[in-house]
Design a protein around this ligand. Sequence first.
Ligand code: MN
Length: 735
Amino acid sequence: MMRQYELLERVQRYNPQADEGLLNKAYVYAMQKHGSQRRANGDPYFSHPLEVAAILTELKLDDSTIAVALLHDTIEDTDATRAEIDVMFGEDIGRLVEGLTKIKRLDLVSKKAQQAENFRKLLLAISEDVRVLLVKLADRLHNMRTLQFMPENKRGRIAEETLEIYAPLAGRMGMHDMREELEELAFAVVNPEAHGAVTTRLAEIRIRNQGLIAEIEKDLSEKLEKNGIKAKVYGREKRPYSIFRKMERKAISFEQLSDIIGFRVLVDTTGDCYAALGIVHTTWPTVPGRFKDYISTPKQNDYRSIHTTVVGPGRQRAELQIRTHDMNAVAEYGIAAHALYKDKGNGNLSDESRAYTWLRRTVEMLAEGDTPEEFLENTKLELFHDQVFCFTPKGRLIALPRGATPIDFAYAVHTDIGDTCVGCKLNGRMMPLTTELKNGDEVEIVCAKGQVPPSAWESIAVTGKARASIRRAARAAIRKQYAGLGRKIVERAFERAGREFSEDRLKAALPRLAQQNIEDMLASVGRGEIPSANVLKAVYPDHKEERAAPPKTGGNGAVEAGWFGLKKGSGMMFRVPSGDPADASHAIPIRGLHGDMPVRFGDEGGAVPGDRIVGIMSPGEGITIYPIQSPNLKDFDDEPDRWLDVRWDIDAANRERFPARIEVVAINEPGTLAQIAQVIADNDGNISNLRIVKSAPDFSEMAIDLEVWDLKHLNRLLSDLRERHVVSSANRVNG
Ligand code: MN
């Protein structure tokens, strides 16, 4: 295991001003925290963060990044806390270590291949700082190097994840060496057969070409030197994974692969690159179509180099990469290299870094920042900050716009999930559906069958899909309610007329009612657009209508008697156009204000359970419920067709309050109002509104809107009010 001073020396080799105290403190702290923890291979656990730090010294990173590497597993795996790290190392380092902790927790979630792109975005969004990613990549590299010590059943997943997520990420950050190593290590695990085959063939070719690489290396170096170009030439074999990918991509066999050896020519200046190219091209025949100039047109990740392929000695094809040392550093270390190699010709760096704007931004930062530390400090990953990425419990990753709620999430998973959603768990805890989702949240949607999304959700949801679905579901639910009401109305009408009700008959009559289907027709009846009498007539054209008179004008004794003789607690009302007054079976059951019927209650005074009620149909609005004593009913005396038999159908277990208005005349003396309010409160009544209607020197008349359980409750309240000496009268309005 590397000693404390060895790590320090490594850092000081490239950064003489490194903060010794910080590095030593981080080393000791992490070592103590990990204590006797062991890795799978029996090594002390601390050797892992130490190796990760060492990898980052190869990338010549600043000392706070090295400290973060030492600390990167402490919050997750030891009793260390963010607060403690903040105090000891400062908030900046604390934030970075916490970022790594978040990413580590993400590793526990299984991921599908098609999710890789989203996952990479999530990583970038969650990292917020390029240093977090650099440490994460080094962490993954060390874990891959020691993968053989992991339990066998975990290796595959880790290697796949490396191939799908981390290696491409390293590539996009321009860290090609890191990318290649990650790929090779993962390739051997993910596809051992292919890896074995390619490696074997490579070994054969190596024997066949023995000395060839060295020969070309020497040849080329001498030629360049003769022409006054200072150059270093390195021969290299292509890596098995890149060979395998090429075979796969081009669907060719190993034999058809021509350029499995390559050379890198490193020179001092851009001018030397082109001079060297000229020498190469006059020495060996070139392979047409293989020349690429990434110096004049850099790649999107700012990779710059000249590529060409020649036919060398022994008719062996060889790929050459010609670049400056600075360009090489960028190619190997990518974003990390920008921290150290200030390119004076900054304008040459890809002006059109299209794919990853942040990379361009980091290059700009490079130009602005004076020190590598400052550069990294300023490089915040602002990419994808308009999105959040959340998981389903099964690990599917869902991308949503920022500000999205679990409602949006539910609809993004499936419309049915959204429509029947009633609650949610965020990271295992029940939370309101209005909660704003955060990156990496695991969202579990709780559904209930037959649920309809409240229309208020439309203003909470931020995605178009959710909003449109909520609107659609609300429309469908309302239509269904109206159709249900319409069905009851039609059934009762048929019953009263002594006619048989059947869907088949209704269907046959649809053309006469100019309706497409039964559901639509019934909904129209429910909305009061088609009188039930018309339906009856359409189905039974020969039916002779017996006009039922409205109750007050019809001289029906039962109704009059009913109005004066309220049966105590009967909870039931019937309007009886004809026949037995006790028979309420014709009446349509009406639940409370939030019941499943699209009904509303008259504005003035309202109706409370126990009141005898009637419904009045209004086209387009459905039914309005009035207590039978309501003076408003006079307006409908001439339209008996609009009257409906309704009755209360209140669920005793699921009670709700109903609005009722009373008028109180009281003596003006101090405390009168308080007394009245007290009586109402003592009786469990809610005052929703109180208005002084008339105020004389000695008396006041006030209108009070109450919420009560039922008629019994209201009457008890009124009689208690009347008992007070300050109250001269108390009466229900409309009552
Ligand atoms: Mn680790």
